[in-house]
Design a protein around this ligand. Structure first.
Ligand code: XIL
Length: 349
């Protein structure tokens, strides 16, 4: 009898423990509820209407939404005199109904342009008018609905020089200043961001961006924050490099948005064995990043946005054509160690 009791006690304590383990990682309560800043995801619009689990998890877990693609020029401004609001409005309605913040990505970028823009013929003044109309029509349409805009995306080279983008060539070196001013004029309440990759790992590029934005600010241009895209991997950059990048931005008085976070476990696209350690390493790095971000004064925390929900839809597979597992949920929508660690790191703030 005593033996049976012991076995029963052991069984119950084991099953409780199992449940505790599981519940610490279950996605029944949104991970964002543990944070005192927004936790976002980039949303693939098509999946939102075709994959119910995707929509369920996206709605439950995150309170800030960035469109992965449909706010880009090729979608919103397909022809010179034509804007297409159908999908973007539908996403905005979804966000409003579900109480999600909307982050606008992106107004001025040299990629995902409709063909008419690179083909446009005109002098510098005509190009300036084109840019003004593009920005202001969009920003005005979403006025007071979109909380913050990535006004300019990816405008610097790795050596810190300005990229010779079509916008720069046609409008001139001051195109960014104009872009920020046009955006501000169209919605004075919107927060305005400069967004780029490798700012967290390349101090030369980062310093150059900050110096450039500081100069614009000194001229009275409104720039509120900097988006660190954070397409990183478990092998680089280091946590201390990331923490320095975050601190430098804060010290310069900019909001910090970790804007497109994903952590590759296979940056070289090799044939890899999916060993548990890889996912543990990914989780540990994410935990450390979140802890570093928790130290940012709240007024500079615009939030952390993941670049997707589940591994199966990552842009790394579809666009970069590399087998990888960079997000919080696996291919079957099971939360990964990174998800659990995120929750823990947010709780322990
Ligand atoms: C990517 C999207 O994920 C892809 O679906 C699209 O085909 C190309 O663009 N930096 C950015 C994002 O600022 O807009 C990019 O998104 C990824 C890199």
């Amino acid at each position: 009898m005593r033996i049976v009791m012991c076995i029963l006690i052991l069984f119950f304590s084991w099953s409780c423990h199992q449940r505790e383990d599981k519940s610490s990682c279950e996605d029944s309560i949104g991970v964002y509820t543990f944070a005192n800043y927004p936790i976002g995801t980039a949303i693939n619009f098509e999946k939102l209407y075709t994959d119910s689990l995707y929509t369920e998890i996206g709605t439950k877990q995150f309170n800030s939404i960035t469109a992965e693609n449909i706010f880009k020029a090729e979608y919103l401004h397909p022809k010179e005199t034509e804007f297409n609001w159908v999908q973007a409005d539908s996403l905005v309605n979804f966000c409003t109904e579900n109480n999600k913040r909307i982050h606008g990505h992106t107004l001025i970028w040299d990629e995902q342009l409709p063909t008419w823009i690179p083909e446009f013929k005109g002098d510098s003044a005509d190009w300036q008018e084109l840019m003004k109309n593009h920005i202001q029509t969009i920003v005005h349409h979403f006025k007071e609905k979109v909380k913050g805009w990535d006004v300019v995306n990816e405008a610097f080279n790795e050596d810190g020089s300005l990229k010779k983008t079509g916008w720069l060539i046609k409008i001139g070196d001051d195109y960014m200043e104009k872009a920020f001013n046009y955006t501000h004029a169209a919605d004075t309440s919107a927060l305005l961001f400069y967004n780029d990759y490798k700012l967290e790992s390349n101090p030369v590029k980062r310093k150059s961006v900050i110096t450039y934005l500081n100069k614009l600010r000194n001229k009275g241009v409104k720039i509120d924050g900097i988006g660190l895209q954070m397409h990183i991997s478990t092998s680089k950059p280091t946590v201390s490099e990331i923490a320095s990048a975050i601190n430098e931005i804060v010290q310069n008085g900019y909001l910090v948005h970790l804007s497109e976070l994903d952590i590759s476990i296979n940056p070289e696209g090799k044939e890899i064995e999916l060993a548990k350690e890889l996912f543990v390493k990914q989780a540990e790095l994410l935990g450390a990043i979140v802890s570093a971000y928790n130290h940012v004064p709240n007024k500079y925390q615009y939030g952390i946005t993941f670049f997707g929900i589940c591994d199966k839809y990552t842009w790394i597979r579809s666009y970069l054509k590399r087998q990888d597992y960079p997000l919080l949920y696996d291919d079957n929508y099971l939360p990964k160690p990174a998800y659990c660690t995120l929750k823990e790191a947010l709780k322990s703030k």
